[in-house]
Design a protein around this ligand. Structure first.
Ligand code: ASP
Length: 352
């Protein structure tokens, strides 16, 4: 017995040095933004042109990523993210869906401008049917700046996309060592590198290429999502617009959007998504005409409580739960591809 064990140990010992563990394959899909930006000098950390550097140069600038995975790049577009429309969003989601269907792709990283990064990440969280890691990453400083944050963010994003422990946890946003859930992350600071936050906290941390998990999201996403991008024809979603609530506001923005064809209006209300008493008749009129009224809040934290401050059941309105107005806008648009029933739309807002 002892002899057999010794022989086995010897044989294994000889084998191990020749065994190379296969690395996962990660595709970086580049879309532009500051992470692909360039400034006039190294001290220009906030004045620069976004969406300049092509994907190959981005990958070559961080050769260490090839130690984490076999990394290849595709240039999906080259834009500053504030200019992304439904057309770019749908085409990116279709591309990511197709990539992840390939058996030899283990994960995808999307490099993206930070302005609307949370929207794209949430959209992918809702429409890409895959358990494989999807990581959206950006940077606050261009690569040309002193202490550029893009290279380490990219390194960490690739580490996350290559990590099998990230499977099935939903779409991520990786910024500044934090692993966020796409559904509740938001750009909370517009000038510093710790720009992203979630009121419910990060899912985990990514340190020196290693993932550390602390919590999971309880909402439906990716493989468990009922939204199917293949059912969306063309390059636009049902029109949804946001109106910002404030004191002494006019009702005209709501009626103008409805006239322009909006199928739902997100009311970014004060406090609990509150609606001024002199705005209520306009919203009820629009609701009766078939425009969905969705109460979100201009307050960055908390959640809108249904039937509090406003009788949502009586009016046939919907509450956006804890989704901020820009995320509520995307979920409403997807909900409208399936139903026109306010109760069913509300169910969707509880589920996602
Ligand atoms: N305006 C830029 C963008 O969103 C900002 C950034 O990437 O940080 O593309």
């Amino acid at each position: 017995m002892k002899k057999t064990v010794t022989a086995l140990t010897l044989a294994l010992g000889m084998l191990i040095p020749f065994t190379t563990f296969a690395k996962n394959n990660v595709v970086v899909v580049a879309t532009g933004g500051t992470i692909a930006g360039a400034g006039a000098s190294s001290t220009n950390s906030a004045t620069y042109t976004a969406a300049k550097v092509p994907v190959d140069a981005l990958l070559n600038a961080v050769p260490q990523i090839q130690n984490l995975a076999n990394v290849t790049g595709v240039q999906a577009m080259q834009v500053a993210s504030e200019s992304i429309t439904d057309k770019e969003l749908l085409s990116l989601a279709r591309q990511v869906n197709d990539l992840l269907k390939k058996p030899d792709v283990n994960g995808v990283v999307i490099t993206h401008g930070t302005d609307t990064l949370e929207e794209t990440a949430f959209f992918l969280n809702l429409v890409v049917h895959s358990d494989k890691p999807i990581v959206v990453v950006g940077s606050m400083r261009p690569g040309t700046a002193l202490s550029a944050d893009g290279p380490l963010n990219l390194y960490s994003a690739v580490a996350l996309a290559a990590d099998d422990s990230a499977k099935g946890k939903g779409t991520f946003v990786l910024m500044n060592d934090d692993i966020f859930s796409a559904r509740d992350v938001t750009k909370a600071i517009n000038i510093h590198t710790n720009a992203f936050a979630s009121q419910w906290g990060a899912l985990g941390s990514l340190i020196e290429g290693k993932t550390y998990w602390f919590r999971n999201t309880s909402k439906r996403h990716n493989k468990n999502s009922e939204f199917n991008i293949e059912n969306i024809q063309g390059d636009s979603l049902p029109l949804v617009q946001i109106v910002y609530g404030s004191g002494n506001m006019l009702p005209d923005a709501y009626t103008a959007y409805a006239k322009a064809g909006a199928k739902a209006i997100i009311h970014a209300g004060t406090g609990n998504g509150s609606v001024a008493n002199y705005i209520v008749p306009t919203l009820n009129q629009l609701q009766q005409q078939g425009v969905q009224i969705i109460r979100s809040s201009r307050v960055p934290q908390g959640f809108v409580l249904r039937n509090a401050e406003q009788p949502d059941d009586k009016y046939g309105w919907v509450v956006a739960h804890d989704l901020n107005p820009q995320k509520a806008k995307l979920l409403a648009a997807l909900a409208l591809t399936k139903t026109k029933d306010a109760k069913e739309i509300q169910r969707i807002f509880w589920d996602y």
